[in-house]
Design a protein around this ligand. Structure first.
Ligand SMILES: *Cc1c(COP(=O)(O)O)cnc(C)c1O
Length: 448
């Protein structure tokens, strides 16, 4: 009996889409650095009847009856988060990373207050004050940048913080391949009286597994999503450190009150349960080995790409991610590389590079990472093999152009799309990625 047979009987259209997505995940190389594969146990827990329950409030202080077992679940998640990261307080209710970040602002700032975060095209997150995010509209956002070499410009951070006296400073990124300089930021926050908020969404699994420096001794508050390197369900947590409690003894209470009743209603109890399990998994020795392997894989992938003549932003990586500068093919060529690789079964995303010469929508680089492939069991040998697939495919974009005029650009993209789907190298690589995927089965428990 297939996993989706029952669903197929009641809703064949939906079952078909689910089936195709599961097959897509199995048969492609997933290299988007913010993605991962949660364990089958996490996925099954996520699909439990806990989704039916309303539990507004916190364990022992609920607005509805019938929460005795949900309290056990949420307390397990809280205790495991506190133990894993070594913090005195954790809130596991945020629906996802963006609302969690908004809760941190709401707890600590008033509209119009000055905040600082890494500029979006430099690798920062939308919610750290970018202009199209409400966080850039409700607050006076003073972004900092990376230097031309790709590293965060600490001198600029110090100068801007001194001049603007921000209420809070974010340290965290979505496209940054080096260890985050928590210590230097803590000094700057202390000098200027700001709260230091570490957003470790991307690297939480590496921090938990000891493969990246922990922000706990430096930041006042830590936010992380739970579905990236941490390999849990889609969600987020906000943690308060000893340092944060020292700066503001009411910090934990402020955060909790802002999540509920300030911003959210009922927590997603099925997600909380799946998170409790993911945190248990992340505390095991196998997870330490996993996070170390993620970084080794990323370095192996980068070394091989560099050998094939690709320039890596900052020259390499300390974490799970690589940024590849494609300006040798012209400006704005990220989309060409992304689409050609997609045709070859390699999924990653176009991304801006430092001092981006084109636009945020048509950027000049690609971003890729190893968390998902490492979960499938791949190691350095496979990474070197994949680096060569990537190089073979990306070389096929040579000769195409990114154009400023919209009609000409669309015509050029249409020509490219038509040609690339018949390109022999791309088709040959697609067969190789399929063969590689079949050697590393994904969710063998799910029979379709
Ligand atoms: C992914 C991410 C977020 C947002 O998380 P969502 O769950 O997508 O809302 C916030 N900050 C950083 C640094 C991230 O990488």
């Amino acid at each position: 009996m297939g996993e989706l047979d029952a669903l197929g009987k009641v809703d064949p259209e939906l079952a078909e889409a689910l089936k195709k997505e599961i097959i897509r995940q199995r048969e492609t190389l997933e290299m988007i650095p913010s993605e991962n594969f949660a364990s089958i146990d996490v996925i099954r827990t996520l699909g439990s009847p806990l989704t039916n329950k309303y539990s507004e409030g916190y364990p022992g202080k609920r607005y509805y009856g019938g929460n005795e077992f949900i309290d056990i679940v949420e307390n397990l998640a809280i205790d495991r988060a506190k133990r894993l990261f070594g913090v005195p307080h954790a809130n596991v209710q945020p629906y996802s990373g963006s609302p969690a970040n908004f809760a941190i602002y709401a707890a600590l700032c008033k509209p119009g207050d000055t905040i600082m975060g890494l500029n979006l095209p430099d690798g920062g997150h939308l919610t750290h004050g970018w202009k199209t995010s409400v966080t850039g509209q409700f607050f006076n956002s003073v972004p900092y940048h990376v230097k031309p070499d790709g590293y965060i410009d600490i001198d600029e951070v110090r100068t801007l913080a001194g001049e603007n006296r921000p209420k809070l400073i974010w340290i965290g990124a979505t496209a940054y391949t080096r260890e985050l300089p928590f210590e230097e930021f803590a000094k700057i926050a202390d000098e200027t009286g700001a709260y230091l908020i570490a957003d470790i969404s991307h690297i939480a699994g590496l921090v938990a597994g000891g493969a990246h420096k922990s922000p706990v001794p430096y930041a006042h508050v830590i936010m992380t999503t739970t579905h990236k390197t941490l390999r849990g369900p889609r969600g987020a947590m906000i943690m308060v450190t000893e340092r944060g409690m020292k700066k503001d003894p009411e910090l934990a209470e402020k955060i909790d009150k802002t999540i509920f009743p300030g911003l959210q209603g009922g927590p997603h109890d099925n997600t909380t349960a799946a998170l409790a399990l993911a945190l248990l998994e992340a505390s095991r020795p196998e997870f330490r080995e996993y996070s170390a392997q993620v970084v080794r894989n990323s370095k192996a992938l980068g070394d091989e790409l560099a050998k094939r003549g690709f320039r890596l932003v900052t020259g390499g990586t300390d974490n799970h991610m690589l940024l590849v500068d494609l300006t040798k093919y012209g400006h704005g060529m990220g989309i060409y590389a992304q689409e050609a690789l997609d045709m070859a079964g390699i999924v990653l995303n176009k991304n801006t590079i430092p001092a981006e010469p084109w636009t945020a929508f048509y950027p000049s680089g690609i971003r890729l990472g190893t968390p998902a492939l490492t979960t499938r069991g791949m190691k350095e040998n496979e990474m070197r093999e994949i680096a060569n697939y990537i190089a073979d495919v990306v070389e096929q974009i040579n000769g195409y152009k990114m154009l400023a005029d919209k009609d000409l650009r669309n015509a050029e993209l249409a020509r490219f799309r038509n040609e690339i789907k018949q390109n022999a190298t791309v088709l040959g690589t697609k067969a190789k990625t399929l063969a590689l995927c079949s050697r590393f089965p994904l969710y063998p428990e799910i029979v379709l």
